[in-house]
Design a protein around this ligand. Structure first.
Ligand SMILES: [Zn+2]
Length: 364
């Protein structure tokens, strides 16, 4: 098949973005500048902020044309380079496949959004960062972007990898951190206090909650696979040796729930179990889980354009935050299978197929 005029440009831009290291703990401003350079003729809004670690970050909103259309959205940051043996930032293209950290999640998709927007008379782009960590970029766009407000958006396409199948809803999470304090001493002296003795009865109640989530249909949602909520536990004694009483014991739990599930029974169990055992409990809440009915106009349009039936997904995206601006559908190129792995890649064919789909969505 003859290459379309923009296909080489798309591959080049996607590879350029992969070659820039923008793991979430680093500044993404160089990537934002590279994207902005593509957007001649667009009104640009830069939303600069400093993240919790003091690192300079930038979210970008770009718009042209009248109000009332759709926005395309993606994130500039990536997960850490855990396990990579090849160069994570090679941006190498072999046999029509782009390799590297962020290739499918989601710099390839961001490049496809830009290519579609550049060819559309009316388009908005919401380009975030810190999606892989705190969703702060999306939260700042939702809370502060004057340009996104002015665009009067009818909907948002969050272009995370779905193999170009519309996702109408996904789970959001609450991250709990429970901390028990002890007194550090040589364990032989009897002078210390081991923090684990306060953590253990708390964990017994956490385990009972985990089992309720697995077994109680009233806490489950049959529109999702799996039907039960994730409630993953990580316990940490911060490297204490076995002849030292544990000064600090931490339990972290990630609870993911869908739109239908009321998180308050879980919240009250966790708060009460922490209080009863003298633990401090921190909670980091994402936005509410987004979900649109299968017959919502945005979902019907995405299904008509792609020829696919809408699904739900167990993972989270910026839609948790961006739904405050307009209804969201998650729809983007590439399967999620290689995302967050040390052999991440995306087929250029998926990126090429995304562009006309995004253009049809923008044209509505
Ligand atoms: Zn992503």
């Amino acid at each position: 098949m003859q290459n379309l005029p923009w296909e080489n440009e798309l591959a080049r831009l996607a590879a350029d973005l992969v070659r820039m290291d923008s793991r979430s703990h680093l500044s993404n401003i160089a990537v934002a500048d590279r994207i902005e350079a593509e957007l001649d003729g667009f009104e640009i809004e830069r939303l600069d902020y400093v993240d919790g670690a003091g690192v300079a970050k930038r979210a970008l909103v770009a718009h042209r044309g009248g109000p009332g259309g759709l926005a395309l959205s993606g994130h500039m940051d990536t997960v850490p380079a855990t396990g990579w043996t090849d160069d994570p930032w090679s941006g190498a293209i072999r046999d029509g496949v782009l390799h590297g950290l962020g290739a499918v999640d989601m710099k390839g998709a961001v490049a496809a959004c830009i290519m579609a927007a550049k060819q559309a008379p009316r388009a908005t782009l919401l380009i975030t960062t810190d999606e892989e960590t705190t969703k702060q970029g999306a939260r700042i766009i939702a809370g502060q972007s004057k340009l996104a407000q002015k665009a009067g958006l009818a909907g948002i396409v969050v272009a995370e990898p779905t193999s170009l199948i519309p996702v109408r809803g996904h789970r959001a999470h609450i991250a709990f951190t429970a901390t028990a304090e002890g007194v550090q001493a040589h364990s032989s002296t009897g002078k210390g206090l081991n923090a684990n003795w306060a953590l253990i009865p708390f964990l017994v109640e956490v385990k009972a909650m985990f089992e309720r989530l697995r077994n109680d249909p009233s806490l489950q949602d049959t529109a999702y696979d799996p039907v039960f909520s994730d409630f993953n536990l990580v316990v940490d004694n911060h490297g204490t040796a076995v002849n030292v009483t544990v000064a600090k014991a931490t339990a972290r739990i990630k609870f993911r729930y869908s739109h239908k599930i009321d998180p308050s029974p879980v919240l009250s169990v966790m708060r009460e179990a922490a209080r009863a055992n003298g633990l401090t409990l921190e909670e980091a809440h994402e936005g509410h889980p987004p979900e649109l009915p299968a017959d919502h106009p945005l979902i019907r349009r995405a299904c008509a354009i792609t020829g696919e039936a809408a699904r739900t997904a167990p993972y989270g995206t910026d839609a948790s935050e961006l739904q405050a601006i307009a209804p969201c559908v998650v729809l983007g190129p590439g399967p999620i299978e290689t995302a967050h792995t040390p052999h991440e890649s995306v087929a250029l064919d998926q990126l090429n197929r995304a562009v006309p789909i995004f253009q049809s969505l923008l044209a509505g």
